[in-house]
Ligand binder design. Structure first.
Ligand SMILES: CC(C)(COP(=O)(O)OP(=O)(O)OC[C@H]1O[C@@H](n2cnc3c(N)ncnc32)[C@H](O)[C@@H]1OP(=O)(O)O)[C@@H](O)C(=O)NCCC(=O)NCCS
Length: 334
């Protein structure tokens, strides 16, 4: 496994608080390898959901120990009925029956999410074998957003030439309203702070400070003013925010000096907010594939407890990184 300097740093930080992270995809060898890696260096305590024999045979064939790893088979777990009861209580207003709830707990993403809700685990990482929707839906239904009515969104932590950037939202809210875009910007800045990044937030567009016109530009400028209001209410002066900025004006000091000379963010942005999921998702994957950026995420933001998604193309090191990130988010919540 290729452990970059950044990943090493994440693992060292995670090891200080040894959190429990559920991994519901034991059918995927990359997940089993990642669990071994984090357990062996005592960075995180993984809980693997799946068939005990299958997991034991995989580890035996590799010559690895299961020390520091818990394996739970949801179907035979003594928690199955209590989790079903809890899920039923949470969702009965939506018309589900206790029987529906019990069936749902046989879905490992639901069982794992319920472990987090019940306090039996600190966080969960899934998505190596599931779509974003399948990973995120249980979290939205069970863990819920920190504020009623506020949208959960996501961020990608990308490391390019040793420097960390937050890109948001690349995975959840398909076409955010100005209000949602403002929430995304503020929550992405908070995510940046969790990872030691002093946020300089750029709301990206095809226009810089009125150079272009259109509905997309109007949405971004409205989002900027709404985000500024939120930050003023929070009396948050650590977070600097500006827009609308083109990517070159956001990142390049020479271009910034020409296009947005008065901006405190232009030329130095490290939190990049995209006007919609198409721009965000395409941009983060281009950086990963063409510029060799390390990409961790989608990291969900605005949830009451950390549940995180993986790209189905994730490498073992990406999964290890997401397990460490989830543990660090859990540590920050306590
Ligand atoms: C996130 C996503 C999966 C949720 O959609 P969904 O599963 O159809 O969710 P639903 O509309 O059925 O909503 C399920 C619950 O979550 C809530 N919800 C949906 N999106 C939410 C959000 N962004 N924040 C908070 N709650 C949300 C709903 O209000 C609903 O709550 P309730 O059942 O308690 O009333 C959807 O936005 C999506 O598909 N996004 C794009 C994912 C994707 O393809 N990404 C690209 C690859 S990385």
């Amino acid at each position: 496994m290729n452990e970059s300097a950044y990943l090493k740093q994440l693992l060292t930080l995670a090891a200080k608080q040894l959190k429990t992270v559920v991994l519901p995809e034991s059918e995927d060898n990359r997940v089993l390898e990642a669990a071994h890696y984090v357990a062996e260096i005592k960075a995180v305590k993984p809980v693997i959901l799946g068939n005990q024999n299958h997991v034991e045979e995989f580890y035996k064939a590799k010559g690895w120990s299961l020390d520091g790893i818990e394996v739970i088979q949801p179907e035979t777990s003594d928690k199955l009925t209590s989790y079903a009861q809890m899920f039923y209580e949470l969702r009965k207003d939506k018309g589900i029956t206790l029987d529906d709830a019990l069936k749902q707990m046989h879905n490992y993403n639901y069982f794992g999410t319920m472990m987090v809700k019940a306090g039996d685990a600190d966080g969960m990482v899934s998505g190596a074998n599931h779509s974003t929707a399948d990973t995120v839906r249980p979290a939205l239904q069970i863990i819920k957003s920190t504020q009623k009515g506020r949208s959960v969104s996501s961020a990608i932590l990308e490391v390019i030439n040793g420097k960390a950037y937050i890109l948001s939202d690349c995975a959840i809210i398909i076409n955010p309203t100005a209000n949602e875009l403002a929430d995304i910007a503020v929550d992405a800045a908070q995510t940046a702070l969790q990872f030691g990044i002093k946020p300089k937030v750029a709301l990206l567009s095809y226009s810089t400070k009125g150079s272009g016109k259109g509905e997309g530009v109007d949405k971004v400028t409205e989002a900027l003013s709404l985000a500024k209001k939120q930050l003023q209410q929070q009396e948050n002066s650590i977070i600097q925010i500006d827009g609308e900025l083109q990517a070159d004006a956001a990142l390049d000091a020479v271009v910034a000096a020409k296009k947005a000379p008065d901006s405190q963010v232009a030329g130095q942005a490290n939190v990049l907010i995209f006007p919609d999921i198409e721009a965000g998702n395409i941009a983060y994957k281009l950086l990963q594939r063409l510029a060799g950026a390390e990409a961790y995420g989608p990291i969900l933001q605005g949830l009451n407890a950390p549940i995180n998604d993986l790209s189905r193309g994730a490498l073992v090191e990406d999964i290890v990184g997401m397990i460490a990130i989830t543990a660090l988010q859990a540590a920050a919540k306590k």
